[in-house]
Design a protein around this ligand. Sequence first.
Ligand SMILES: [Zn+2]
Length: 573
Amino acid sequence: MILRRKKGLEVRFLVILAGAAFAPAQAQGPASQLRELERAWLELRTLSDQLGVTRNLGALVSPRGERADSLAVRVARTASDLRYRAGRIPVQPLAVEDARALALLREQLATLAAEAGARPAPVADPADCAEPFPNRLRQAPLDELTTRTFACYGAAARRIVVDGDTLDRLAILGLLGRTEDPARRQRLFLALEPVWRSVNGDDGDGSPYRRMVSLRTANWKPGASPMEERARGLGVEPDTLERWLVAVLEAWRATMPDTVLEPWEFHHLTGEASRLLSPRVPRDSLRAVVDGFYRELGAAPARLGVRYDLEPRPGKYPISFTDFGGRDPIEPWIFTSYRTGGLDNLAELLHEVGHAVHIAAIRTRGAYADWPDSDTFTEAVADLAALEAYEPEWQRRYLGTSASLASSIRAKYAGIVLDVAWALFEIRVHRSPQDSPNQIWTTITRTYLRIRPHPEWSWWALRGQLVGNPGYMLNYAFGAILIADIRDRVIAEHGPFSAGDPGWYGWIGPRLYRFGRERPAREVVREFLGRDVSAGPLLRDMGRGAGGQRGRTWQWGRGRLIRFPGSGSFRRP
Ligand SMILES: [Zn+2]
């Protein structure tokens, strides 16, 4: 995940402090004023990045020794100053490329100045969360409702008591895949109930989520929901993308055993690789494995200045993410909370370091030194190397043993098909806000994942993105399609890299990572692929593990025999 600054905040308390301090700039031509401004912009971004890092660390003093409150004052003051300077550079005499950079700079400065001047969002009182949906929130504006629901979700997800142990959401999802006792699996799963309830109450009138959905859909322009805009942002029509999501789910259905599962069985059925490999990944080895792999790709995190905050902590943001901690040079920061090791957390950390090595490779002018314009593209390229964790050759090299190809592919796509199911769920929920989200989720999971209907539970409510970032799940779902296509091309053009490749980073960087905001991601992708994105490579990759399984029975768990479908229904792109 990445954190992107909100656009369109109301400008409050914006004080234009000074113009006089920059009088000498008048003597320069507009192009050199712009270059000066871009240098100052990178310094301002670094201040604001450091402020973000300090807040994310829950600290009062930044890692570079500056107090958060004085950083905040400097950010607000500098943003106002630079905004004034940017406003005084004449656009007319600038070259086209400079004018474009200046326009983006002005837009970003307005956002940053507004953000620096805005009051901090009200913090939800966790005591409030005990009551599913307080009456006073029934008329609350969307922002307040979202902040409160997200805070309650975070509090519920961080602390889940099962059989006397305190666990968190990620630890439970990992354990569902590794626990042999079916009754304990059921208890682990049902222990998530307070998390579901924090988001969706009882799925009826008392549901914060349903209230948020109706407020959001009332705000969105027809045909311009965040989901539709994400599709078009990479040159795909929204209905085509929705068809792809369904095709991925159908392909999964066709390659999986013909057995109806309880929801707590899904992670176990697909968790064979995790069960075999997780003992090889204790918590304190996560960093070493991940750093070792990226080092062998020519992208050693230590050399690239990557910083980590992996410790769980009360009040910590409940989603793993990567962000800038400075721009000149770029300093990537990774924030996650790991209570355990295991293959699933390893895959997640590989993804976050994927974000870090991506931004560390940005080589462009100051105005463009930022995340690309497409979160889908950004989430996809974070998985470019990370998906190697599901290749048996990679597992042998970095973990010392390997799972079968079939179980590795199942493990890889179990997470992806859930992301696809969530993305389809969000599209359908926002299309029919009058319908029960539980019912919509039940239909999707029964049809494609063969999961027994439980409309009485909101067990879809396990992703913070659904609460705080509507449409964000589509970045993972569409991103999976996009990255399968890109990985296929990298392997065809540059060769496989499961066993490392010191020339990899130097080859990828200028082709995919370098641009920041310099070029639209849609163009970068198109040029790299030489055509539009296609779902074909993902569907083919999914089929790689399935070939040998057709018509076979398989002993799963304690002696239970299940059968894979015989043939026929796997749809070729
Ligand atoms: Zn991410």
